[in-house]
Write a protein that binds this ligand. Structure first.
Ligand code: NZQ
Ligand code: ZN
Length: 389
């Protein structure tokens, strides 16, 4: 196990109706004038936004609002949010929504305390700093409610890029599983795929002696395999929604990734798909992750895949031919994704083989390599997109 620092300071407020306490938590963390940031229609239709405002009113907290965050959030709305917040002297950002809303809120929080272009944080020109943020989560997926990351797409060139730093971890996150009951089955499945991918990016490591985090990873994966079909079958299954919601946080606040080298190539390769086609991040991952596995298992000792197959998917270990077990595990993962309604190839996603050179170019590794488990060069990334076709 490698040396590590781990600080996950977010205060989690979990359970039924907890959004009615939003105002109390904004006050606890020093917010006096808040930007309520939200997405399209879901938080308005469900009445969530009204409940949140009522709770702020009860605490005497002032607010301005900015809705309209789209999935794969864009820089244009971030710029609008920054100038609104500067004008209104907002001191706290409250995200009401999913990963896209939270990421947009994090980017606004960064831009407010910075005189230059907020994109500097995403191109590595400036160390990250930000105003405090809080979240009321409505979809279990990206894990941004506990993570130190934000991912934004800049319209100019449709560049989808991330920024990260401890100050981006929310001060508090309100997790009410009931709020996810209005999700369409497709979004539930996209979220589940993303949660599993966050674990796999950490599970496939070259670091030795990481049994504790291996076992935590496996627990999250097995929970997702058990609970996701239940939530899809019965969207109002509180138990399933609750397990998935906490799994989504555990998968990405890095508790399952400490002390080990991580990979993250599948995410990088996927981000180009959601940037180009505006598809859901989870759907893109359902196409890329199995293709990445199929490529990598041929270029690395297969034992970690065999371990996943046995411990997570219940395959029987073939000691004579562990590669066969590894491949069985990858197939089991792909079948699981299909069974929850995810696309597993370019055609099902609506992606085009002709775009592969553009995708590889935009991924932008030049003549170098990237990733932790098996470093990939341009040819390898091309091969993975081709396997995904
Ligand atoms: O805009 P509304 O109307 O709310 O609709 C949203 C949106 O269309 C809908 N939705 C959300 N909650 C709902 C609901 N519909 C009905 N009932 C509810 N309760 O779901 C759709 C997807 O929402 P979105 O926020 O885009 O989903 P997700 O949480 O998957 O976020 C995806 C974004 O997060 C980034 C992705 O790249 C993508 O841009 N990621 C962020 C990470 C991070 N910050 O740590 C890590 C991830 O790997 C990921 O890259
Ligand atoms: Zn993700």
């Amino acid at each position: 196990m490698n040396n590590f620092d781990f600080c996950s300071p977010t205060y989690f407020v979990f359970g039924k109706s907890r959004e009615t306490e939003t105002g109390k938590y904004v006050a606890k963390f020093g917010g006096k004038k808040v930007l309520i940031h939200y997405g399209g229609q879901s938080a308005i239709k469900s009445g969530l936004l009204e409940r949140v405002k009522k709770s702020l009113d009860e605490e005497g907290i002032l607010y301005v609002e900015l809705g309209g965050v789209k999935p794969n959030p864009r820089s244009e709305l971030v710029y609008e949010g920054i100038s609104l917040c500067k004008k209104e002297q907002v001191d706290f950002i409250l995200a009401v929504g999913g990963g896209s809303v939270i990421d947009s809120a994090k980017a606004i929080a960064m831009g407010i305390v910075y005189d230059g272009d907020f994109w500097d944080f995403f191109s590595g020109k400036s160390p990250v700093k930000a105003l405090p943020i809080g979240t009321v989560l409505t979809i279990s997926a990206a894990g941004s409610e506990g993570s130190e990351n934000t991912v934004i797409t800049k319209e100019d060139g449709m560049l989808k890029r991330g920024a990260g730093g401890d100050c981006l971890r929310p001060k508090f996150s309100i997790l009410n599983p009931e709020l996810t009951m209005t999700l369409p089955a497709y979004q539930t499945a996209c979220g589940a795929t993303d949660i599993m991918a966050h674990v796999f990016e950490r599970y496939f490591t070259n670091t030795k002696d990481v049994e504790i985090t291996d076992r935590l990873c496996e627990a999250v994966l097995m929970t997702m395999i058990k609970e996701t079909p239940k939530a899809i079958k019965d969207p109002n299954d509180y138990g399933a929604r609750a397990n998935i919601m906490w799994a989504g946080m555990v998968a990405h606040n890095n508790i399952v990734g400490v002390g080990r080298e991580q990979d993250w190539n599948s995410h990088g390769i996927e981000h180009e798909l959601s940037a180009l086609y505006d598809c859901a991040h989870g759907a893109g991952l359902a196409v890329i992750m199995p293709a990445w596995m199929s490529y990598v298992v041929e270029h690395h000792d297969c034992m970690r895949f065999a371990q996943m197959a046995v411990r997570v998917f219940g395959c029987e270990m073939d000691f004579e031919n562990p590669k066969a077990t590894a491949l069985e595990g990858i197939n089991a993962f792909k079948s699981f994704l299909s069974s929850i309604g995810m696309p597993v190839n370019f055609k099902e996603l609506g992606a085009r083989k002709e775009d592969i050179p553009t995708l590889v170019d935009k991924f932008g590794i030049g003549d170098g390599t990237t990733g932790g488990y098996v470093p990939l060069d341009k040819n390898a990334v091309t091969a993975i997109y081709e396997l995904a076709v």
